[in-house]
Design a protein around this ligand. Sequence first.
Ligand SMILES: [Zn+2]
Length: 248
Amino acid sequence: MRLTVLGCAGSFPGPESACSAYLVEAEGFRLLIDFGSGSLSALQRYAGLHSIDAILLTHLHCDHMLDACTYVVVRRYAPDGPYPPLPVYAPAGAPERIATAYSADEGSVEDVYTFYGLQPGSFPIGPFTVTVDQVNHPVETYGVRLEHGGRSLVYSSDTAPCEALLRLAQGADLFLCEASYLDAVENPPDLHLTGREAGEIATKAGVGKLLLTHLVAAWGSESLTHEEATSTFAGPVEIVRPGARYDV
Ligand SMILES: [Zn+2]
């Protein structure tokens, strides 16, 4: 599997990055996980406008799904289009939410996307075995485990500490985990993780490598987040950047 980070900014686009979007490829199949604000630009820069075979949206917060609305134009109105409907795996309500955010007056987007509702469990997408489970965030949100060729990549999505994430991350070769908060401040409960908490989960789950993402540039500190994570996880830790690629 190959992971390409398209966007990794937490909560809103940062000066250096779009919001969450991760392209995972295997056997020529390309799965886009999350499609946050600004990431359609990064998709063209680091992959290609039509380099997607399926989309998985972990939840329906704007910073994880808004460019799925923008992308309607790309497929519906392309000079060589329209393009056939693209599979979208997403929480309940995604068809209505994307259609409404695209336009209040133009109705369904089901000419562009074929929607599949997510629920906890395992299923195939292309060559991947995908396992999702509901994590600890204020809306219906799924952590994701991808397996292919005996290797595993786990993505936390947005979550506070929870058992579901620990189960998903068990023994993962690569653990892409959010670290939105800093430890030293009073953080709201049941929303996000700190670098220290990401490191603790990585240690308990026995992952191979920890990638930190969803940092909020305007409110956080990369150096402190990295320090926190390395204080609780002894393995390799990296903060991801747009355009970064990882072979799993
Ligand atoms: Zn969220």
